[in-house]
Design a protein around this ligand. Structure first.
Ligand SMILES: [Zn+2]
Length: 64
């Protein structure tokens, strides 16, 4: 069985299947592609993209 490609919605941190819902709600920001679980998260991100990008970077650092 094919493994579904999963991204994390930067707004609510839910898993997003890139091949299905991720195709509908995605955006590029500073050469990064972000996928969203829903139109509402997509809209929130567009309003405050820097907030969510900052959060993501912080989380990444923690795991390193
Ligand atoms: Zn979301």
């Amino acid at each position: 069985m094919d493994k579904a490609k999963i991204a994390i919605c930067p707004v609510c941190e839910m898993e997003v299947e890139i091949e299905s819902i991720g195709r509908l709600f995605k955006t590029n920001y500073f050469q990064h592609t972000f996928y969203f679980c829903s139109d509402s998260c997509f809209k929130i991100f567009k309003k405050y993209p820097e907030e969510y990008i900052k959060k993501r970077k912080k989380r990444k650092k923690k795991n390193d």
